[in-house]
Design a protein around this ligand. Sequence first.
Ligand code: SF4
Ligand code: MG
Length: 322
Amino acid sequence: GRTAFPGWMAFPGRRARSAAVRAVDGVSFDLAAGETLGLVGESGCGKSTTGRMIVRLLEPTAGSVVYDGRDISRLRQRALKPLRRELQMVFQDPHSSLNPRWTAARIIADPLLVQGGSAAGARRRAAELLELVGLLPQHLDRYPHEFSGGQAQRIGIARALATGPRLIVADEPVSALDVSVQAQIVNLLARLQEELGPAFLFISHDLSVVKRVCDRVAVMYLGRIVETGDKERVYAAPAHPYTRALLSAVPLPDPAAERARERIMLSGTLPSPAAPPPGCTFHPRCPKAREVCRSEVPLLRVATAGEAREVACHFPEPEPSG
Ligand code: SF4
Ligand code: MG
């Protein structure tokens, strides 16, 4: 079955006295077991906030987070416990996300102990998980500082897998790693997903990585999904001007194709989510903006009949012919 995350979510303003800023609005995901959805967009667009709210590391100040038809946004600790088993997270910086005073064994076993597992059982499981992520039994009693970035990320992944989650939110899981290590971790995630079957929400600003690992893509701009669909379709024929601009900046392997293609330059910078522009929030930067874009919010909807793709734009590509 699919797991849906409809509803809208918000996060608090940066300054103590400012009103709540609506960081993510009407964001909704639908993930099948074993499926990977890539969540892409510029930094500051609300990707991480979305991921953290889904796993309930962040509580929205307004709105709700709906999981399996249930509002999980204000559950208390006891009610959260079964959710913690199902929803796990892998972080960008493995070292800062691992407790420096805990051994690998304790880090990996912790989610099991929280669920009420026995110490001996949790340690046994930690040893199995360590092997599963490609580390050795002797790594079990080492501390985070004794590991390379790639090894530390393997421990973070083992911890996320410990409870057998349905969904793992991976927030830029390879962007802090050396390029040579990135491919190893990407391959590891793919293999683990095949063996164990969790769904991944893979958050990344790197469209090349997303192209390699994801089945579907959701593009986020200022806290809203502006385009979502099958990876192949979105990459081959992006329908939203923002998606087109993002993809036009990804280098092509073929030099001739690289020279021939059109670069879409975006003017301006990402506006503050505290003061989003009216109408289509992308209009100040959009090369296709027209009058209606300044006043009317485009809703996420199917642009081409029969296509499993949704776009939030008044003038999606391709333009209707004739
Ligand atoms: Fe550009 Fe208008 Fe589409 Fe927004 S609605 S992306 S401003 S064309
Ligand atoms: Mg981020």
